[in-house]
Write a protein that binds this ligand. Structure first.
Ligand SMILES: NC(=O)c1ccc[n+]([C@@H]2O[C@H](COP(=O)([O-])OP(=O)(O)OC[C@H]3O[C@@H](n4cnc5c(N)ncnc54)[C@H](OP(=O)(O)O)[C@@H]3O)[C@@H](O)[C@H]2O)c1
Length: 318
């Protein structure tokens, strides 16, 4: 049996305090725009991908059925359907069985499919954190109306960010490729730019909006492109900060700049995941599924992920 990257005879032999094991029903195949484009080009065959990446199996997002609970687990029992964020250190989502912690697991109601649930954890939580914590958007719509730009709005994080931003009563400008413009509009974006056009590359809002916040999910864009599009105190929340972005962040801190680049690193929170699952249950948030792949061909899901052209989430199923 393979479980969280390790071969074991019985899942229970590994369970620690507050942990349980679950049988995977759906997992999100991680990859996407964070992978160095050169890395994708070095891979000539899915088997190479399997050798290079599947061994690492750092997939953290799963939906599953609890099999056995370890000591100290209070609110779950065998048979419960759940969505879990696995440890980012061990991952292990691309396996028949995974070990999860109660502290980062939430119930999955019947209205939310396993695939919809497995799409949510890291992407949904990142979109939620960027909008609520970094951009100050109140998702109940009670805050001041803000102008938000979301880049790569057709991707895993971006498609959740558009929907959440609209719950917060914001004006949303989004960027994506031409093939996804209708989809992104259907998710609620008010204006959509094709990133391959000059206007899209310049991030210029068609109606001349200046952005109070940018949730930046695409590959790096120079600060000089963002800056003229920001309101006086506009922020760029960069979920993929590279060295140049970190340098910009440091200089702006030192110079007390009003316009700011804010690097974001996700800290997953159970109650936020529960909130997102309930939004899906209530029909207020949806997981767009790019494609589903069997676990036996997980390398194909990886290949598609690292290509950086998914529309929504790439899901692996047993
Ligand atoms: N900071 C954190 O804690 C955190 C958490 C989660 C994810 N991330 C990072 O966030 C990034 C986004 O991840 P993701 O999973 O959402 O990406 P993804 O799903 O791979 O995004 C793919 C989508 O982005 C579009 N796209 C590609 N380049 C674009 C551009 N320059 N402008 C506009 N759209 C573009 C693609 O459209 P086309 O196919 O038409 O090109 C495709 O639909 C990754 O780098 C990931 O590592 C960070």
């Amino acid at each position: 049996m393979v479980m969280n990257n390790r071969s074991v005879h019985s899942p229970s032999q590994l369970l620690g305090f507050g942990e349980f094991n679950l049988r995977m029903l759906a997992a999100y195949s991680r990859g996407g725009l964070n992978i160095n484009p050169g890395q994708a080009q070095q891979v000539h065959h899915p088997l190479e991908l399997q050798q290079q990446h599947i061994q690492d199996n750092d997939t953290t997002d799963v939906a599953g059925v609890i099999q056995e609970v370890g000591p100290g687990v209070k609110n779950f029992k065998p048979g419960d359907q759940v969505v879990a964020v696995l440890s980012h250190l061990t991952g292990g989502g691309l396996a028949e069985y995974a070990m999860a912690k109660e502290s980062l697991t939430v119930p999955r109601p019947p209205e939310v499919s396993a695939a919809e649930g497995a799409g949510l954890p890291v992407a949904g939580l990142t979109a939620h954190m960027a909008l609520t914590q970094s951009a100050g958007v109140k998702l109940d719509g009670s805050g001041p109306r803000k102008n938000i730009l979301i880049t790569a709005a057709s991707g895993g994080v971006g498609h959740y960010a558009v929907q959440l931003a609209k719950l917060g009563n914001t004006h949303v400008t989004a960027t994506c490729g031409s093939r996804n413009i209708d989809l992104v509009k259907s998710l609620g974006a008010d204006e959509v730019l094709d990133y391959k056009t000059p206007e899209g590359a310049a991030l210029k809002s068609p109606s001349g909006q200046k952005y109070d916040a940018v949730v930046h999910c695409a590959t790096p864009i120079p600060w000089s492109v963002f800056e003229p599009n920001l309101s006086a105190t506009g922020k760029v929340i960069d979920i993929t900060p590279g060295p140049s972005a970190m340098w910009t962040f440091a200089v702006q801190k030192l110079t007390l700049s009003k316009k700011q680049l804010v690097p974001l690193l996700l800290i997953p929170k159970k109650e936020k995941l529960e909130y997102l699952v309930n939004l899906v249950k209530g029909g207020k948030l949806k997981t767009v599924i790019d494609s589903k792949h069997p676990l036996s061909r997980a390398e194909e899901a990886w290949a598609k992920s690292i290509d950086g052209h998914a529309t929504g989430k790439i899901i692996v199923e047993p």
